[in-house]
Ligand binder design. Sequence first.
Ligand code: ARG
Ligand code: ZN
Length: 612
Amino acid sequence: MTRFTFSLVRRSSSLLALALLAGTQGQTATPTAVPTLPPPSALITAQPIGDSIFPALGQAGLDVLNYDLDLFVDRPGRSELRGTVVLTVTATQPLPVLSLDFLGPQVLDVRWEGLPAPYRHDQTAGKLTIQPPQPLRPGTLARVTVRFAGKAGVRPDPDLPIDVGWQAVPAQGDRVGANFTLSEPDGTRTFLPVNDHPSDPATFTTRVTVPAGYTAAASGVERAEVAAPDGGRTFTFEQAQPIPTYTLAIHVNQFERVDAAAVPVGVAGSDVLRRDYFPVGTQADTRAAYTSTGEILKVLAEWFGPYPFSAYGSAIVTPRVPALETATLSTMPVTSSNTRVLVHETAHQWFGDQLTLADWSEVWLNEGFATYAELLWAQAQGEAGEDIVRGWYARAGRSQTRPLVATSEAQLFDTTAYIRGALALHAVRVTVDDAAFKGYLRGWVAGFHNRPVTTADLLAYTRTRLGATAGAALRLWAESPELPPFRKGKHRHIHRAQGGCACQATPHARCSSRCSSSRPSRRASSGRPSGRLLSPCTMGTKRNSGRAIRSRRAVKATTKSARSSKWALSSARSGKGSPDSRSISAGCGSKPSSSSLSRRDVSRKIDALGRV
Ligand code: ARG
Ligand code: ZN
């Protein structure tokens, strides 16, 4: 709710008005210095990041480095919470005001470097505007403290019967009340003032105080557990690598924490700590899925490169919500507690959590890779990859399709993002052998995790790394309005977990000795041609003048400058070129894009997003 209108701000220049701004809203805050009132024009012109799906989110030029959060969950299961957060911020352009995303609890107090600062909280717009004593300039750091308390904000999900953000699970029967975050895409602003956009990841220190009998879990490594009043406890977690705001996990429940052996798949072979959190009373069959976590980390780290964080595990939740790739601690509903979903969420630790999106329209870069990981895992278990790919293709064919870059919120988590996205990667894979494909995946992560990614980046990288055929294949799958034809590649060998080889027409070098006999492969007799990937419609080259593409470019320009203080540019990004800025347009026919999802799609997504 807007407590002070701009007209009041415009008219006010007196100390009385200042006291209202900094004092009345601050309740307990008495200004110790007298800041000047915000120039109205500066308040009004704070520019959002310019996301093509969520144009109001974030602030252009703001770079949050760290959120240091003290959260108190006094009554688990209810939506009320209270806390204090200290944001360490810098800017990539002079910022006369700070504009944070915050739908959530009421603001009690705002301080700039410890001194009361004028602010305006518009809960309807979800913006907390703060007036610094002087503009925040590039190269300078500031600490901004916000104290808040009350009911969490509400951010409905248009496609699912849930609100995203702070979840309150009331006590029911034997079940005690609980809370957790489920924030993709922009729910973190329901409980925390944030620059709520994946292009501005930050580190987090999270202290959560819970009542007696409760445990808190959060993204990062647990650093401390100390007694709090009335038998409560305060848990401290440190997430030392930057993560997007939506991937911050916070869980409060009566948990049993189960530690497992560390897995040496971190950076430079470092140990990744393993811990899972099961609500007390979790059934054995739910727990069983999580015994594979270590093996999943090993298989995925082999394909994607070192696991990016210091810990990994899952926190299990009881409501039937979508699973979510919360950083270092996937949020896993009981109903999705199976290996496939766990593989998917684990893969997101690389794709989404480490590699971050420049714009929400690019979300297939998360979902397509995470879905593809399901195939890589299945193959590592000795399953036939072709069957999975054929299943994906059939499923994609039953759904409406669209180019991979989304143009509306309803498209973000649709079949195209997951399944066509995965098929696009498969189309690249079949143009090369698996060693090259592995290098390609590892190179994408290693070269591009240091600033937000776009489809244009992936297209340019694919062409540079794997050549024109792979680049054209990806471009077709990314841009064609219709579903591209299903083509099998030349490299149809499948490595199995135990070193087995399915001997195909062109066995991989690793398999060739085993395959030198004339033992026919299961697939060799299928008669299906190992045809080329391109269809005639790949050749359409009309320049794309679409709004989404234009706004992506604008975002990229903004993001590039916005990130420069935190992230060095990667040399691997050179070579982005004009050919990829052209789109497939003519001669392919077109099916209308999906703008809303069927009931079946909804329940499928909730149970296990992206399943064949
Ligand atoms: N990223 C999640 C997953 O696929 C899906 C989240 C869906 N969220 C939503 N608000 N619809 O693992
Ligand atoms: Zn996913």
